[in-house]
Design a protein around this ligand. Structure first.
Ligand code: SF4
Length: 86
């Protein structure tokens, strides 16, 4: 299932220490900014931080963790030495 090749491109601002820090970054930094950009009716749009809401407009519904890959070389990660996105 899925594409033969997967290429992930990310700026250095997306590098964090561990899974816990990654989720914290998504909820407390990236999601509030993106929710505000999209005009979502969520607490983080108004407050600028996450309240772990159950809003139907919740923007942070999926957290995907890739721990491995059966097909060697299928997923490539390109880290760009710039701040990209949120
Ligand atoms: S859980 Fe709600 S308040 Fe927290 S980041 Fe997601 S949408 Fe915003």
């Amino acid at each position: 299932m899925g594409p033969r090749q997967v290429i992930l491109v990310a700026g250095i601002n997306k590098i964090v220490r561990d899974i816990e820090e990654a989720e914290k970054r998504v909820r407390q930094y990236a999601a509030p900014i993106d929710a505000k950009r999209l005009g979502k009716d969520t607490p983080c749009t108004a407050l600028g931080y996450c309240t772990d809401c159950k809003s139907p407009n919740r923007i942070c519904n999926d957290f995907v963790v890739i721990r491995g890959q059966f097909v060697k070389g299928r997923i490539k990660v390109i880290i760009v030495r710039k701040y990209l996105g949120y």
